[in-house]
Design a protein. Structure first.
Length: 185
């Protein structure tokens, strides 16, 4: 049994003692932790059912972690929901990609480069990736242009963090996107 499965088992066991009624904050933190574990496991095992469990746990956590009362926890749940939806299979109507964008944009209501540069940079990068996927699937150059805008923001954030490896990776992605746009023109 992997460590993530063991963590899930223990978190679920703790939910017997921490209920939404008797300890809402602890209950929400357990659901947030279960969301993280299911997200990591679902991505690692490429398992849609486990990813969907993560959605349920984050949704539960968000009943307590409101934007007004717990802005940081709310933003992390929103960011991670974006990651979950970005990893779910893309349906014909691209709904999962649009849900990913919605959650990333929700997180940006709280996260900015002054308050949390790491997560802000991550969100910018993730939005760039999702818009790039939309561009590929919908054959819309506009989405690729949006992707490039977000990647440029992520480059700025990575520079401020001193993450030169990430800067190089993002510049490589950006140069490929420029070439793709040139081919489409």
């Amino acid at each position: 049994m992997s460590l993530l499965w063991r963590a899930i088992e223990h978190y679920e066991g703790a939910l017997e003692f921490f209920t939404e009624e008797n300890h809402p904050e602890g209950w929400a933190y357990l659901h947030k932790s279960l969301g993280v574990a299911c997200l990591e496991l679902g991505v690692a095992e490429e398992d849609e059912a486990i990813l969907r469990r993560a959605i349920g746990h984050y949704t539960n956590a968000l009943t307590v972690f409101t934007q007004e009362d717990y802005p940081e926890d709310w933003a992390v749940c929103q960011l991670n929901l974006g990651v979950v939806y970005a990893h779910l299979p893309v349906e014909d109507d691209l709904a999962n990609l649009w849900k990913a964008i919605e959650h990333y944009e929700n997180a940006l209501n709280v996260v900015d480069p002054d308050t949390n540069l790491v997560n802000w940079t991550r969100i910018q990068r993730n939005l760039g990736i999702v818009y790039s996927q939309l561009s590929d699937l919908a054959r819309e150059p506009y989405y690729l242009q949006r992707a490039m805008e977000f990647i440029e923001q992520a480059i700025q954030g990575a520079r401020m963090l001193g993450d030169e490896e990430r800067v190089a990776e993002l510049y490589e992605w950006l140069s490929e996107a420029v070439e793709q746009l040139d081919r489409e023109d």
